[in-house]
Each structure stands twice: as structure tokens, then as C-alpha cells.
Design a protein around this ligand. Structure first.
Ligand SMILES: *Cc1c(COP(=O)(O)O)cnc(C)c1O
Length: 549
């Protein structure tokens, strides 16, 4: 007998090892077991009420799907959407005989004078445009000073064709990017850390989430990644979950403190969890989570803790020196493994600029993309983009050099003092309203103590009629203002207008809206089970309209 035959003689036929029945039973057992495990994990992380709510939500979702597919509903929805499209277009797309559309490349190139004149014309032809220079806009424009504009434009001019993808051709841009990251790491008290610049807060967050996903796969073998985030965390985390196939657990925040309850986060963490998130500060109400406790949890479970300082950016690191007490939030807190900081918010850098930082270069490497077999050559890039505008890096570096520590400290002092003035006025002079949580920096959110009698979104609409451009929030309904350098000196005016709006809202018969859009959009979203789906459709119509030339 040869060797193979001898070996075969010792192996019993497969059929005797596992019978068909046995295989079937084993498969069923496996199926039941995995589902049982999943159910147990789900129930233990969501609680009984949460699970019941999720099941109910799932059933309602099916029901809504069926209702929405009925021919009569489809027709009604289509008609409604058509009307919405007309309304949105009327608001966003200039029309009329005076409007010239540039739908095709001009046959011959135009001169610079024509281009600039045409840009001026376009800038003026949209009726009802919000004038941001008055300082009535929440967020959106963070500096707006002509001096800063000149610094940034000068930097753009110098580096207009540069691209950090080619550091050998543009060595100065490479150096400036490294220095911007280094300055941010020192601001957040971790000079030994690592980071990169990105195109904005969303990309910084996408990159951090991707880094944790790849880290967890490499180090812990996690193939079905999950993350746990406060319900108040930025939508960019959900976007990351959707883009990178990561399950997102949303933990409702405490209604009084507006912080994520650590116990609930703990309960939602399981063996597939790659990271947890805390905000300092969050977008909706400007409060911050308990980063120290989140850090302890992350460290104990050996998972990532990303602190979202996109909005806190250049305010949070200067709060203490500006005389506003603040709980620890930066790399000095054990367990914090990454931080995002938007240079294009309170850093006053040009739009399209943010920084993502990691505790170590070892963690940062999971953000990178490397392809060693591409026919175009070995391809290595640090973030989502390939080619990037070096001019934005230069503009950011210039803005930071222009401001310096003293400049940021002063802007922090002025902006936060403005927010505090507004907060105190709402607390002390407007008994019908309440402030959400304990805002720590530049954002103040307020709601109505009796929403059924006095709708805060109606007040928001009346503020819009007075020229204010505020943000409407949901769950609970509220309105916020993100103070910027342009808001400084406008607090008194804001408070007077808010008092007037409140009085006017009270004089209206209850239920009558101010005719603005905050109420309509909100009402559509939550009055019926069909609402959220209609909002999805409406949002798509809105996005489509952005591309109507
Ligand atoms: C603005 C913001 C972001 C990111 O937004 P971008 O518009 O992409 O810069 C993330 N988190 C918070 C809390 C923010 O306010």
C-alpha cells in the first residue's frame, strides 16, 4: 500500500462522521444559538422598554411601507412633493427674465472683468437672501472680518496651484500641514500624538471611525463592528456608520443635564463595540458629555473614545484661561484616543479645513489607505481625498498664525460672554422658556416650558421674521443660537427681539403658526408615522434642487 491509501484507510467515511440529520440539527442549533445571543445582547443593551419600542417601530415601519405603496397614497405623496419642489425652487433658484443661465460652456473664454461683474450680479439676484454680515446668523460664518479675509486670500494666492499629494513639488505645503496638526495637538495637550488635516468635521469623524474599524479588525478580529454614541452626537457618526457598515447605538441623553448617561452607554457596549463617542461640545444644545467617565469605560473595555471637538474647536482649549470653568475633555483624560477639531469653525480658517488627532501614530496608521499594486504606481493617501488643495492648508496655517494664542483667547472670552449674556437673560427674564442643560461655550438652546400652549418653533419663526437665522431642533423641540465673532455685541438686540417674538407668539391664537417654515417642516416630520418617510423624500427634493442650474 502506498502512503495515501494507508492514510485513507484510517479515515472513516464522512457519512459516518456526521449524518445528514446530525448536520441539519447542528445547523438549526447554530441558527437558534446565534439568534438567541443576538436577542440577548439587543435586550440587555436596549432594556425591556427599548426593545418593545424597537419591535413596535419595526412593525410600524412595515405598516407605513404598505400604506405608502398604496396607489392612492403614492398619488397624494407625488402631488405633495411636486408642490414642495415648486416651493423650494421658488426659494432657492432665481428666475425671471433678468436671470441669465450659464448652462453650457461659453464658446470663447470671458475676461476677468466680465467674470467678476457676473459674480456680483448673481450674488444680488436671489431675493430674500440672508445677510450674514449683520451678525444675525447662528454659526455658518465664524469670523467674517475683512482683515482675516485679506490674510486668507493672500495665502490662497501664494499656493493656488499647490497639492500636498506631491510633497516633493510643494514642500512648504507639507510643512504647513504638519505644523497645523502639531499646533492643534499642543492645544489639546498631547504633543506626542499624531493627526492629519481633512476637508472638514465630517471627514475628520469619518476618518476616526474608519481608523477604529480597521484597528478593531486587525487587533481584536471584530468583523461586525458597532459603536455607541449619544443621541446628541453629530450626524456625521451616523453617516460613518452608513458608509462603513458599522452598527450605531444611540443613547438618549439625560433630559436635565443633556449628557449621555454612562450607565446606558455601559449597557450598550458589547464584544463587537469598536468605539464610544463624547461631544465637547455637541451641536444641538452646546452641552458637553462626561468625558472622564467615558474615558474610564473606554480604557476598561479597550475600545476607542472619540471626543468630538469639531464645534468646540478653538473655544474649548481656551475656556479655562478665559475664566470659564470647564470639566476635563482633552488628551489629558485617560482613555481619550482621538479628537476632531474644526479649524474652519472657531479657528477662523477657510471652509474645508479640519484636523483629526490620535493618541498615537500607531492608531493613525489605520486611517491611511495604501494600494501597493495599482498600475499607476504605489498609491498612498492619508484621508478620503487624493489630490487636495494646498491653498486651504496655507489659508489655515495663515489664519492660525494671524490669531495666535492671544487672539483665540480674546475671541473665546468675547464669544462665550455673549452666549452667557443670552443664557442668563433667558433664565432670568423669560420665565416661559428654559435653557437646555448647562451650555459650556458658544451655543445656547432654549425650549418652551409649555409647548402645547406656546410653541418654541413658532417663536423661532417670529425671530426669522426679525432677521435672525437660528437652528430648529427636535426631541425636544427647541431653538439654538451658535454665537460667533459676528454675534459679539448683538446680545442685547437678540434678547429684545426674543422678548418681542415671545409676546407676539402669546397673542396669536394657539395653533396658528407664524407662517414661517420651522413649524411646517417640524410638523410634517413628527405628527404622523408617515412623517419621517415624507421628510426623507422632501430632503431628497431639496438636494435635487441644489443642482438645478
Ligand atoms: C460642525 C460639527 C461637525 C462637523 O461638521 P462639518 O460641517 O463637516 O465641519 C461635527 N460635530 C459637531 C459637534 C459640529 O458642530
Amino acid at each position: 500500500m502506498d502512503k495515501v491509501a494507508a492514510l485513507k484507510a484510517h479515515i472513516p467515511p464522512v457519512r459516518t462522521l456526521i449524518s445528514v440529520d446530525g448536520a441539519k440539527n447542528a445547523f438549526i442549533a447554530y441558527f437558534v444559538f446565534t439568534h438567541l445571543v443576538r436577542t440577548t445582547v439587543f435586550v440587555s443593551s436596549h432594556g425591556i422598554v427599548g426593545t418593545a419600542r424597537a419591535v413596535y417601530g419595526g412593525v410600524m415601519d412595515r405598516v407605513v411601507r404598505i400604506i405608502m405603496s398604496l396607489p392612492s397614497t403614492v398619488k397624494k405623496v407625488e402631488e405633495g412633493m411636486q408642490q414642495a419642489r415648486i416651493d423650494i425652487e421658488a426659494r432657492l433658484v432665481p428666475s425671471g427674465p433678468g436671470v441669465e443661465r450659464h448652462l453650457e460652456l461659453p464658446a470663447q473664454g470671458k475676461c476677468t472683468e466680465w467674470i467678476l461683474a457676473e459674480m456680483d450680479r448673481m450674488d444680488h439676484e436671489t431675493a430674500g437672501k440672508t445677510e450674514w454680515k449683520d451678525g444675525h446668523v447662528s454659526g455658518a460664518v465664524y469670523h467674517g472680518g475683512e482683515d482675516m479675509e485679506r490674510v486668507i486670500v493672500a495665502a490662497f494666492e501664494k499656493f493656488v496651484v499647490s497639492n500636498p499629494l506631491h510633497p516633493d513639488v510643494f514642500p512648504a505645503v507639507r510643512k504647513m500641514e504638519a505644523e497645523v496638526v502639531s499646533m492643534c495637538l499642543r492645544m489639546y495637550n498631547h504633543p506626542d500624538g499624531a493627526g492629519t488635516m481633512t476637508s472638514g468635521g465630517t471627514e475628520s469623524i469619518l476618518m476616526a471611525v474608519k481608523a477604529y474599524r480597521d484597528w478593531a479588525r486587525d487587533v481584536k478580529g471584530i468583523t461586525e463592528p458597532e459603536m455607541v454614541i449619544p443621541a446628541s452626537a453629530h450626524a456625521a457618526f451616523d453617516k460613518a456608520g452608513a458608509y462603513f457598515k458599522i452598527k450605531v447605538h444611540h443613547i438618549p441623553v439625560d433630559p436635565v443635564t443633556r449628557q449621555v448617561p454612562i450607565k446606558a452607554v455601559k449597557r450598550a457596549v458589547n464584544w463587537n463595540t469598536i468605539m464610544v463617542v463624547g461631544s465637547a461640545i455637541n451641536f444641538p444644545d452646546g452641552c458637553m458629555d462626561d468625558i472622564v467617565e467615558l474615558g474610564k469605560l473606554a480604557k476598561r473595555r479597550n475600545i476607542g473614545l472619540h471626543v468630538d471637538c469639531c464645534l468646540g474647536s478653538f473655544i474649548m482649549p481656551f475656556l479655562e484661561r478665559a475664566g470659564f470653568p470647564v470639566a476635563p475633555f482633552d488628551f489629558r483624560v485617560e482613555g481619550v484616543t482621538s479628537i476632531s477639531c474644526d479649524t474652519h469653525k472657531y479657528g477662523f480658517a477657510p471652509k474645508g479645513s479640519s484636523v483629526v488627532m490620535y493618541r498615537s501614530a500607531d492608531l493613525r496608521k489605520y486611517q491611511y489607505y495604501v494600494n501597493s499594486e495599482w498600475p499607476g504606481g504605489v498609491y498612498a493617501s492619508p484621508s478620503i481625498s487624493g489630490s487636495r488643495p494646498g491653498s486651504l492648508i496655507a489659508g489655515t496655517w495663515a489664519a492660525m498664525q494671524y490669531m495666535g494664542q492671544e487672539g483665540y483667547l480674546n475671541s473665546c472670552r468675547e464669544i462665550v460672554a455673549t452666549a452667557k449674556t443670552i443664557e442668563n437673560a433667558i433664565r432670568n427674564e423669560l420665565p416661559e422658556l428654559f435653557v437646555l442643560g448647562k451650555p459650556v461655550a458658544s451655543v445656547v438652546a432654549f425650549g418652551s416650558k409649555d409647548e402645547s400652549a406656546l410653541s418654541v418653533l413658532a417663536i423661532g419663526d417670529l425671530m426669522s421674521a426679525r432677521g435672525w437665522h437660528l437652528n430648529a431642533l427636535m426631541n425636544p423641540p427647541a431653538v439654538h443660537i451658535a454665537c460667533t465673532r459676528l454675534t459679539v455685541g448683538r446680545a442685547e438686540r437678540f434678547i429684545t427681539d426674543l422678548k418681542d417674538s415671545l409676546r407676539e407668539a402669546k397673542e396669536r391664537p394657539s395653533g396658528a403658526s407664524a407662517g414661517g417654515n420651522m413649524v411646517t417642516v417640524y410638523g410634517l416630520g413628527h405628527s404622523t408615522a408617515v412623517g419621517p418617510r415624507l421628510v426623507q423624500k422632501l430632503a431628497t427634493v431639496f438636494l435635487d434642487t441644489l443642482y438645478k442650474a
